[in-house]
Design a protein around this ligand. Structure first.
Ligand SMILES: Nc1ncnc2c1ncn2[C@@H]1O[C@H](COP(=O)(O)OP(=O)(O)OP(=O)(O)O)[C@@H](O)[C@H]1O
Ligand SMILES: [Mg+2]
Length: 309
């Protein structure tokens, strides 16, 4: 079974307007409201790729119904720890006349640290040998920066497979517990080493450092440039086909889903990379996070160019 975690859920609200927003009230706008969060994006793509998935989530009580309905529609199993407070709201306003996009992201409510311990205990109860665990996204205010590290240790001790995709201190502290896989983007790789990293060979060198730290696989995603991935002595540059991009938010989450599904299906390292990059590209072709199409992924896999670095 594949498991995803969602510690910092959000609601995405998007508006489409056709005039500038200066000193005016616009009414009767079409609105799209969807539950969001990186762990949820990963779980949605895993499901689309045809695998069973369980989402372990911390959700404010007041937003529970919206999340559970959404998860049921997507056939994502869920284990939810309800907490007080309300969810953060990310609002996007797209002006179709100018193509300007404005993002208004609210702060998330703090969550008491006692829920962190309860959540880790629930994971301890569920993780068994051979299961796959994906830890993605930021953490709520009030939680310790080593929360992912503690969850990774719990899963590693149980003989489960672990993947970490976060940023800043939770990423750095999580790495100390040696997840089996890590998926930083370029900026996150620079945060890990606290230095600027330029060019394919420099990126590959730093990815190798992650392997030396005891992490078995490092997947460094590079947006439109694809990915550099390393496992043992195999270091691959994976370049996506050139396509017309619609929306790149959540491409990394789709790539993570591709990695975890390929690993569960025991694909070779090459094929895992191919599938991961194809999932990222499929996401970039559609509006909305967590949206890929499985037939498109199979087709795009053929067009990913892989070379040894
Ligand atoms: N402009 C693009 N053209 C083609 N493929 C893209 C593009 N942007 C992203 N991708 C695909 O998605 C993958 C992941 O993208 P990226 O490195 O931007 O992830 P990320 O920064 O972690 O994104 P997020 O955190 O928003 O999910 C890339 O490796 C690539 O396969
Ligand atoms: Mg990312």
């Amino acid at each position: 079974m594949i498991h995803c975690t969602l510690l910092s859920p959000a609601i995405d609200v998007s508006y489409i307007v056709s005039e500038p927003l200066i000193d005016q009230t616009l009414t009767d706008l079409p609105i799209c409201v969807t539950p969001a969060g990186k762990g949820l994006n990963v779980a949605s793509v895993v499901r689309e790729l045809g695998e069973d998935v369980t989402l372990h989530a911390i959700i404010p009580e007041i937003d529970l119904l919206r999340y559970t309905r959404f998860l049921e529609e997507k056939e994502i199993r869920h284990k939810i720890l309800p907490v007080p407070g309300s969810v953060r709201v990310n609002t996007t306003v797209l002006n179709v006349a100018t193509s300007a996009v404005t993002h208004l992201n609210s702060a998330g409510a703090a969550v008491s640290v006692r829920f962190q311990d309860e959540f880790i205990e629930k994971i301890h109860q569920c993780c068994n040998t051979g299961s796959y665990w994906c830890f993605s996204g930021s953490i709520p205010e009030g939680f310790d920066n080593d929360v992912y590290g503690r969850m990774i240790k719990t899963c590693n001790d149980a003989g489960a497979h672990t993947l970490l995709d976060s940023r800043g201190a939770p990423l750095r502290l999580g790495l100390r517990m040696r997840p089996e896989m890590v998926k930083p983007n370029h900026a996150e790789l620079e945060q890990i080493f606290d230095e600027s990293i330029l060019g394919v060979h420099h990126i590959a060198l730093k990815a190798k450092r992650l392997i030396d730290m005891g992490i078995s696989n490092a997947f460094i995603s590079l947006g439109g440039d694809g990915m550099i991935a390393i496992q043992n002595n195999d270091c691959l540059l994976c370049v996506p086909p050139s396509v017309t991009i619609v929306d790149t938010v959540g491409c990394g989450d789709a790539l993570v889903a591709g990695i975890i599904v390929a690993r569960k299906r025991e694909f070779s390292f090459h094929e895992t990379c191919r599938m991961a990059v194809a999932c990222g590209v499929s996401k970039a072709l559609h509006r909305g996070p967590g949206i890929v199409f499985r037939d498109e992924v199979w087709q795009l896999m053929e067009d990913v160019n892989i070379t040894a670095v």
